[in-house]
Write a protein that binds this ligand. Structure first.
Ligand code: AMP
Length: 280
């Protein structure tokens, strides 16, 4: 496995422009969710650049940024089975922010207006700034993102169209622990009690998908809050939003596709999840 800190070196390393290059951007503390993106990227490309960069501008609180887990040696160990294809890229700040470390300003309309965009102001500007820099520096043909961060995935699709970037965006399904908790680097920050409680998030979304409450969004919201907050967890938001424009709704329309979007606090650790609403 080759490791680089500068994207210029990566471009020089690629022998010819005809080689298929995939990109998997991450913030490290890799788990099997990340690995599912890497596996798909390796199947579809000659080289896969896995970037690990904890991007300061996408955090709303310094403490969240500072406590974000990081372990480059275990990240490399996890990637080892794919080592003949992987370029491990751990950029310095200056490789992604040639000037000051601050985000650009973007307008993604309704895609970033709600859910994470509402509760984490400036978060998506930070993400988009780094993803745009990565796309320009690496010039991949394909880039892989998880549906776990569905709003981010749609924002990046919009970014690549808006900026006319020749990269196709591949969405990958959410990988979960056996008990249903969506895999996340932040799960490492959970106490034993919080970790034990956390599977109720996905279990309740599944419940909602199965039972009659589905017709009424405010009932669903109340049900979710009641179930989840029976433990040590605290709901920040619960939304049902249409997949196309990501605008939350209180009334479900026929023939439209929706997703549940939730954010839940376990102490100071914030967990997000999203599941498609089953209309059958
Ligand atoms: P992160 O390191 O959390 O910024 O995530 C890097 C990429 O991995 C993003 O595209 C995430 O959506 C994706 N990802 C994170 N967790 C999962 C998961 N449990 N299943 C699938 N993809 C994931």
């Amino acid at each position: 496995m080759w490791t680089f800190k500068a994207s210029g070196e990566i471009r020089a390393y690629f022998k010819s422009k005809s080689e298929r290059i995939g990109l998997v951007p991450t913030m490290g503390a890799l788990h099997y969710g990340h690995l599912s993106l890497v596996r798909k990227a390796c199947a579809e490309n000659d080289y896969v650049v896995v970037s690990v960069y904890i991007n300061p501008t996408q955090f709303n609180h310094q403490i969240d940024f500072e406590s974000y887990p990081s372990n480059l040696s275990s990240d490399m160990a996890l990637l080892n089975p794919f080592s003949d294809k992987i370029i491990f890229y751990t950029p310095d700040h200056k490789d992604l922010y040639p000037g000051e470390i601050q985000s650009n300003s973007y307008d993604f309309g309704s895609i970033t207006a709600h859910m994470e965009g509402l509760f984490r102001p400036s978060h998506f500007n930070g993400v988009a700034t780094v993803i745009e820099a990565l796309f320009r520096n690496i010039q991949p043909q394909k880039a892989y993102f998880g549906e776990k961060d569905f709003q981010q995935l749609q924002m990046i699709r919009n970014l690549s169209v808006k900026k006319q970037m020749a990269v196709s965006i591949v969405g990958c399904p959410t990988i979960r622990e056996k008990d249903g908790l969506a895999m996340s680097s932040r799960n490492l920050l959970l106490s034993l009690e919080q970790r034990k409680a956390a599977p109720i998030i996905y279990a309740t979304l599944q419940d909602l998908n199965k039972n009659y409450l589905k017709s009424d969004v405010s009932l669903m919201s109340r049900y979710f809050k009641e179930k989840v907050e029976k433990s040590c967890l605290k709901v920040e938001y619960f939304f049902v939003a249409s997949i196309d424009d990501l605008i939350p709704t209180s009334k479900l329309e026929l023939n439209k596709k929706y997703r549940f979007f939730v954010a839940v606090y376990a102490g100071k650790t914030r967990l997000v999840d999203t599941v498609e609403l089953d209309r059958i």
